[in-house]
Design a protein around this ligand. Structure first.
Ligand code: FAD
Length: 506
């Protein structure tokens, strides 16, 4: 039986893992220790999340209002993409579906049919979260499944460092021991090849049965000690740098993240309660650091609150997420650019799979193989979805966009696009994070129009379908009219931090 778990690293990954293990291993007499170094610090970015984080928090028994107050969180209904298909285009990838299915056929097929008949309505008008986001409104989903206000999920925009601090309090209160110190050495067992212990700069030695490597990009144990190897995916996703800067809050509080395509990457804008997070993710082969910073600064909509900060990364993943008695979670396991806010989610996947395959001291080889198979799929699915944004485009106005036009796609993505182009079919995945409505949002949002649609969408007469569609649009519009302003809603119902102290806009 595993008796001692050592988590190396106290960033978002380390403290999420610590909190989950403290909760889920309760009663098993397993001691969990976390080592972090304030001298090294954390990556210090990460603000946008996906709806699945709510399930993670719920299993820990975390109250949403406490979380929002502690992390300066706002609600998130999706991501607005600007200039991705063509310059001037915009669409929202919502956390929800478009309209209710008609006769068992997803509504977007019926919309494609309507469009072929000359209808000019936007698909967005059938989505409650999109219309609400466009009007800066938010409410929690309705419990009654027949209401249009029940057809969406939501996530948070928050300060990930504050989230880590929040989970630290939770984990320590639930028995996790925290050690402050810099690991300077790792001892391996000559026979098994397992990590036996780590040594801190002050000479303390910490041994454990299982190590979770949450040490960030450096992958202290998984790479430094065990040389897992790294699959570099830069040939598909070449962005390798970012420059980030916070600004003051400006304008209405949008319940959505914005990702604006640029000539050599893209810029994010994430509104929190007390500030806005901004950054430019770019590819160093197509733009210099100075020009990337200039582009970011020129496109900010409020004064900067700090100097811009540079970050470097290599897109890809560890060959083995789990090797010997070490499991890498978070940036130690891999990194995919934050275009769809997937990193914290991939941490959650790592933790979920670790709990599902929690080892015994024998470290069964089949568990290790299965864990690595599942995590590889999680990363590959996200990679394909991110790449879709760069290749489903008509842009050719810079070297980067021309690079993507000539790219050979992974087979898994090629097959997905091919199936879409004939009859608008989205091939479902095993272990796919992004469900068909997300693929529909990006493909249609970036003008990847299919030549056909599901023939079953012809089951209704033309006039009956038009009347049905109009009724859905009206239902969405009326529901959004009755939905509160996002900032007011947080002030009232989430009893939040900074926002609670600021007066509502006149
Ligand atoms: C530009 C950018 C934007 C991002 N935006 C988002 C986003 O919007 N949404 C999202 O979900 N994710 C985002 N991410 C990813 C997100 O920041 C990370 O996934 C998340 O913060 C987890 O980081 P981590 O805990 O793995 O690593 P880190 O934060 O780097 O933590 C590593 C920990 O290991 C410790 N450590 C390292 N070496 C040693 C040592 N020798 N001894 C002791 N301790 C050690 C450090 O002190 C630290 O505590 C973004 C990432 C980047 C680069």
């Amino acid at each position: 039986m595993i008796r001692r778990v050592c988590i190396v690293g106290g960033g978002t990954a380390g403290w999420m893992t610590a909190a989950a293990l403290a909760n889920k291993l309760n009663g098993l007499s397993i001691a969990v220790t976390l080592i972090e170094s304030s001298e090294i610090g954390t990556v210090g970015v990460g603000e946008a999340t996906l709806p699945h984080i709510r399930a993670f928090n719920k299993t820990l028994g975390i109250d949403e209002r406490d979380l929002m107050r502690a992390t300066e969180a706002t609600f998130k209904l999706g991501i607005e993409f600007r200039d991705w298909g063509k310059l001037g285009d915009r669409y929202i990838h919502p956390f929800g579906d478009y309209g209710p299915a008609v006769n068992g056929v997803p509504f977007y097929h019926h919309w494609l049919r309507l469009k072929s008949l000359g209808d000019t309505s936007r698909l967005d008008e059938y989505s409650f979260p999109i219309v609400a986001a466009e009007q800066n409104r938010f409410r929690h989903p309705a419990a009654e499944h027949d209401r249009i206000e029940s057809t969406f999920g939501y996530a948070y925009q928050f300060d990930a460092s504050l989230y880590a601090a929040f989970l630290r309090r939770y984990a320590e209160a639930n028995g996790v021991t925290r050690l402050e110190g810099k690991i300077v050495d790792t001892a391996l067992d000559g026979e098994s090849g397992q990590v036996r212990s780590v040594t801190l700069a002050d000479g303390r030695e910490v041994s454990a049965d299982l190590f979770v490597d949450c040490s960030g990009f450096r992958g202290l144990l998984i790479e430094g000690a065990l040389a897992s190897g790294y699959d570099d995916w830069s040939h598909w996703l070449p962005c390798n740098r970012a420059v980030a800067v916070p600004t003051a809050s400006a304008g209405p509080l949008g319940p959505y993240t914005r990702a604006t395509a640029r000539t050599a990457g893209w810029q994010w804008r994430i509104p929190l309660q007390h500030r806005v997070g901004n950054g430019h993710v770019y590819c160093s082969s197509f733009i210099s650091d100075d020009d990337a910073t200039r582009q970011l600064v020129e496109n900010l909509d409020a004064p900067m609150q700090a100097d811009p900060r540079q970050l470097r990364f290599t897109t890809g993943r560890r060959r083995d997420f789990w090797k010997a008695n070490v499991i890498a979670i978070g940036l130690a396991g891999g990194f995919l650019e934050p275009l769809e806010s997937t990193s914290i989610h991939l941490i959650q996947d790592g933790i979920t799979e670790l709990l599902a395959l929690f080892p015994d001291r024998g470290f069964d080889a089949s568990d290790v193989i299965e864990y690595n198979r599942r995590m590889s799929l999680h990363y590959e699915r996200v990679r394909d979805f991110l790449l879709l944004h760069y290749v489903a485009t008509q842009r050719d106005d810079s070297e980067m966009w021309r690079h993507f036009r000539a790219l050979t796609l992974p087979d898994s993505l090629r097959e997905k696009i091919d199936a879409w182009q004939t009859r608008a079919y989205v091939v479902p995945y095993e272990f796919g994070l992004f469900l068909p409505p997300s693929w529909v949002a990006v493909m249609l949002g970036q003008n990847l129009m299919p030549t056909g649609y599901d023939p079953r969408a012809r089951s209704m007469g033309d006039n009956a379908l038009a009347a049905r569609a109009s009724a859905i649009r009206q239902e969405v519009a009326a529901a959004v009219r009755g939905t509160p302003d996002h900032a007011d809603y947080i002030r009232r119902s989430a009893a939040a931090g900074s926002l609670a102290q600021r007066a509502p806009a006149a």
